[in-house]
Design a protein around this ligand. Structure first.
Ligand code: PLP
Length: 399
């Protein structure tokens, strides 16, 4: 009997509804042009241009030499769990137990574990705009419904009031990300506290993605949701990452902090998918937290220098407006006043930059903010200067 040929692969409904990552697509476009010998200015990358600090690499090498190359517990090695607990105790006076801490393959997996452990089909998940591209896709995968919250009126600073207005009887979870990718904006701590009070009032849960926690610019202070009262912390899963803070994107090291029951559910998800993140990366991450922190301060100082220059230069471009981001390493300007009205969308603007000026930025529409572009300053000041020249040419000329 002949088997019937399939016209195409029958992708599952869960996955068919997910969109491919547009930030990764921007990275790919830059790679293809570079491979063809083009002088690309890549302002699309969401990763530090710094090398992983030497003490962290040494710890990984030592772990390999010592034979620490086997499976670990799904939640991670004890030393790393203790290092994470120690950090939150020291910095935010927050007491976490080991059964509330889990090492993950990056902050991304922490968010994934947390969402799929909580969300049932049809549950509503509040996601403030502009959002990291991955949040709604994970919600889709879990069969939940993303409900987006507008913040543009307040220059992308989230308030408790807009959260309150978006809650319905179906709301179950709110995903917060401060400092934000892509806007760099920070949720003021007073607003964050009010949001947590609303969350308790309505019996909801929060994922606080704190991947950019350590990169905030004075006078803004480093703030973690971990500093909430313990009864509010019960409703909270913190997703953390070593990727940005220690320039470790390729190591795939992150963590979650959540109540013991939520953590147990997340352990099931991870235990049947990726198991533990690599033993070697865990040794490196332990050193990252326990070792000297001067590399973090040095990176922050360099981002500060670039940010200052970049914001000044961008705001001199006619028609372009860029509010001051308090954290992360992105500028998120409004380009709707640029190009003498010749280009319709921020996607047109990003395409014109790519095609005419070989410059990669990310279209704000990917983050739910049409009219804006994301410019990463995780690249040298020289390249930023060249990039801004090119952006200006497109903004003035209309592509
Ligand atoms: N969360 C946000 C807001 C991010 O921007 C990123 C990376 O771009 C991540 C999580 C994922 O980081 P990781 O490399 O730790 O998975």
């Amino acid at each position: 009997m002949m088997t019937k040929p399939t016209a195409s692969f029958p992708v599952s409904e869960n996955v068919a509804e997910m969109k491919a990552s547009s930030t990764l697509a921007a990275m790919q476009a830059a790679d293809t042009m570079r491979a063809a010998g083009v002088d690309v200015v890549d302002l699309g990358a969401g990763e530090p241009d710094f090398d992983t600090p030497q003490n962290i690499k040494d710890a990984a090498a030592e772990a390999m030499r010592a034979g620490k190359t086997k499976y670990t517990p799904t939640a991670g090695i004890r030393e790393l769990q203790q290092a994470i607990i120690g950090f939150y105790q020291r910095e935010f006076n927050a007491a976490y137990e080991r059964n509330e801490v889990m090492a993950t393959a990056g902050g991304k997996q922490a968010v994934f574990n947390a969402v799929v452990s909580l969300i049932n089909a049809g549950d509503e998940v509040l996601i403030p705009k502009p959002y990291w591209v991955t949040f709604p896709e994970i919600v889709t995968f879990a069969r939940g419904k993303s409900v987006f919250i507008e913040t543009e009126e307040n220059e992308f600073v989230l308030t408790a009031d807009v959260i309150r207005r978006a809650i319905t009887p179906k709301t179950r979870l709110i995903i917060l990300n401060s400092p934000s990718n892509p806007s760099g904006r920070v949720i003021p701590p007073a607003e964050f506290r009010q949001i947590m009070d609303i969350v308790a009032e309505h019996d909801l849960y929060v994922i606080s993605d704190e991947c950019y926690l350590r990169f905030v610019y004075p006078p803004t202070e480093v703030f973690s949701a971990a500093s909430m009262r313990p009864e509010l912390r019960r409703r909270l899963c913190i997703a953390g990452s070593f990727s940005k803070t220690y320039a470790m994107t390729g190591w795939r090291a992150g963590y979650s902090l959540a109540n013991a029951e939520w953590t147990r559910a997340m352990l099931k998800v991870q235990g049947h998918s990726t198991s533990n993140t690599t033993s070697i990366s865990q040794a490196a991450a332990t050193e990252a937290l326990n070792g000297p922190q001067d590399s973090v301060a040095a990176m922050l100082a360099e981002y500060t220098r670039r940010r200052e220059w970049l914001l000044g230069a961008l705001n001199e471009i006619p028609g372009l407006h860029c509010p001051q981001p308090e954290g992360a390493f992105y500028a998120f300007p409004d380009v709707r006043g640029c190009c003498k009205g010749k280009l319709q969308t921020s996607g047109d603007f990003a395409n014109a930059l790519l095609e005419k000026e070989q410059t990669v930025v990310t279209d704000g529409a990917a983050f739910g903010a049409e009219g804006f572009i994301r410019i990463s300053y995780a690249t040298s000041l020289d390249r930023l200067e060249e990039g801004v020249k090119r952006i200006r040419r497109v903004a003035e000329g209309g592509g």
